[in-house]
Design a binder for this molecule. Sequence first.
Ligand code: RP5
Length: 167
Amino acid sequence: MSDNIKPVVGVIMGSSSDWEVMQHATRMLEEFGVPYQAQVISAHRMPHDMVAYGARAYNDGIRAIIAGAGGAAHLPGMMAALTEVPVFGVPVPSRYLKGEDSLLSIVQMPKGVPVATFAIGEAGAANAALHAIATLAMTNPQLREKLLAFREKQTAAARAMTLPPSA
Ligand code: RP5
């Protein structure tokens, strides 16, 4: 996203190895023309950077944070604890537990500090972006029109689906 447009969505992830999944969120934001900023912020390798990011997010104009992480995925929950900006968590598939560890780490937030948690992997990343878009669209009629058009296109594609003849 161009540097001179102020980002309204922050896309953060624990490692560059999460990018393969998380780029499905940024692609969706680009499709809708929503300005975002994507970067690596690791909860356990960059804890002070994580705290600083959370402290300035709202004042920087960020209105939704999409946070992806894998394994013992602390980043979304910690970010939710650090800011009032809504956090959308994306469980990134892990090598040994295939992302079930990531999912449970993100979704099982104790009462009081929510993280809206999405599916493991690509669908979760894309849906986190769509949910951020839907949230922003409630106060942005142009964005709402784009969202309605996106849904309409999906509906038309599903209606046009055909099945092969049965064997
Ligand atoms: C987490 O550890 C990251 O979110 C990533 O999913 C996982 C593995 O990180 P790397 O070892 O690939 O950097 O913090």
